[in-house]
Design a protein around this ligand. Structure first.
Ligand code: ADP
Ligand code: ASP
Ligand code: MG
Length: 421
């Protein structure tokens, strides 16, 4: 008998028919003799709808009240799934995040799981019940309810799988696994049989929302092997796991685009030690995640500094940076939301040269201008105009032969040179 954690996302529980389908799938696992802990997201677009509802009241709702509101979405779906399982004659119990013993920090709307006390879950599991836990939520040190950031049910699932030392963690979604690119944008994207934690982490952080990045961090940290698969079919999914040597044969594993980005530029910043530290101290103090940072060459003692933030954080970042800009006597603050970040990711990049050249050449041939560039050992990201993001993804997917199983499985595109080991 194994302990299996199964997570079902919003589209998998979008209506009563879907919920019955999920109940049947969970019960199938239970009837094979396994213990099952299920995590569910809110039904369909419920979370978006709740956010829109709050906006009808105020443009700046308090984060605490937003969490109170958003957490109701998952409470509906856990109860519905428990009822569907009861209707099939199964023993099941639904729990909120706090009831399940999930403890977070106090950072509303993007809380981090600080610990899990799974005693109550164990009690129900040992009694033979299927336990259904509300994803995306936990309890703060002041006994309030907090949510974990959009897509947070993935993190609930992986964190619970780690805390319960589950034998398997399955993430059921509306596509058949992790693909070489978003299959809704790149028609000939291919399903990957396997992907390394680090590759998945980069893809997820760079816009591939099939998994929340933080869930992949947890999986890597605690060695939880994830299986991403469809709740609508029985096709085998993708395994997200520890990197093995053979993975380096593939130069680029996937392409992603993040269109929820904004660029902030501070013009005419005095070019002296401590200025960047001052600016980014204030941003960090406000809990803002800053990405690509570019400082141009200083002219007459003045420089321009640009960086990107997610659009969700833009209003807050703008407020913080405007006051910081006055502090360092910067001349101007400009915001550009017409941008997207397009990235290629693969652990095989470490062993090959010419990858950046092929990326930039491909974009140039399509007339796509690059506004900013950043790289790490296993990824290259560029900022382009938003309307060109899909075109860029499709072009890069083709240039790196990600649509052809033979060429990407074993050999890199022939224009790339393998570095001697
Ligand atoms: P869930 O509601 O199950 O959590 P999400 O909508 O959060 O599902 O994530 C699944 C979606 O992620 C897919 O429908 C797909 O459009 C998108 N996606 C983006 N990039 C990828 C990728 N590389 N592989 C698979 N799906 C991707
Ligand atoms: N319902 C939440 C969201 O839409 C959490 C999740 O789906 O994972 O972001
Ligand atoms: Mg999701």
């Amino acid at each position: 008998m194994a302990l299996i954690v199964q997570k079902f996302g919003g589209s998998s529980v979008a209506d009563a028919v879907c919920i019955r389908r999920v109940a049947a799938r969970v019960l199938e696992t239970r009837r094979r003799g396994h213990q099952v802990v299920v995590i569910v997201s809110a039904m369909g677009d419920t979370t978006d709808d709740l956010i829109a509802l709050a906006r009808q009241i105020t443009a700046m709702p308090s984060d605490r009240e937003m969490d109170m509101l958003m957490a109701t979405g998952e409470q509906v779906s856990v109860a519905m799934l428990a009822m569907a399982l009861h209707a099939l004659g199964a023993e099941a119990v639904s729990l909120t995040g706090p009831q399940a013993g999930i403890f977070t920090d106090g950072m509303h709307r993007k809380a981090k799981i600080m610990g899990i006390k799974p005693q109550r879950i164990w009690k129900h599991v040992k009694a033979g019940q299927i336990v259904i836990v509300a994803g995306f939520q936990g309890q703060t040190p002041t006994n309030d309810i907090a949510t974990l950031g959009r897509g947070g049910s993935d993190t609930t699932a992986v964190a619970l799988a780690a805390a319960l030392k589950a034998d398997r963690c399955q993430i059921f979604t509306d596509v058949e696994g992790v693909y070489s690119a978003d299959p809704r944008i790149v028609r000939n994207a291919r399903k990957l049989d396997e992907i390394a934690y680090d590759e998945m982490l980069e893809l997820a952080s760079l816009g591939a929302k099939v998994l929340m990045a933080r869930s992949v961090e947890f999986a890597k940290k605690y060695g939880v092997e994830l299986e991403v698969l469809s709740s609508f079919s029985k096709a085998p999914g993708t395994i997200v796991k520890e990197e093995v040597k053979s993975m380096e044969d593939i130069v680029v594993r996937g392409v992603s685009a993040d269109k929820d980005q904004a660029k902030i530029t501070l013009g005419g910043v005095p070019d002296r030690p401590g200025v960047a530290a001052r600016l980014f101290k204030d941003l960090a103090g406000a809990g803002l995640n800053i990405d690509m940072i570019v400082q141009n060459i200083s002219a007459r003692g003045m420089a321009d500094i640009s960086f990107t933030v997610s659009e969700d954080d833009l209003a807050k970042a703008r407020r913080v940076i405007q006051s910081a800009a006055r502090g360092v006597q910067a001349r101007a603050v400009n915001v550009d939301t017409d941008i997207a970040k397009v990235s290629i990711v693969g652990v095989g990049m470490r062993g090959h040269s010419g990858v950046a050249f092929l990326m930039f050449k491909t974009l140039a041939e399509r007339g796509i201008n690059i506004l900013m560039i950043s790289t790490s050992e296993i990824k290259i990201s560029v900022i382009v105009r938003k309307r060109l993001a899909n075109k860029a993804m499709i072009a890069l997917h083709k240039a790196f032969c990600l649509d052809k199983p033979g060429s990407t499985r074993t050999t890199p595109p022939n224009r790339l040179v393998r570095r001697p080991r």
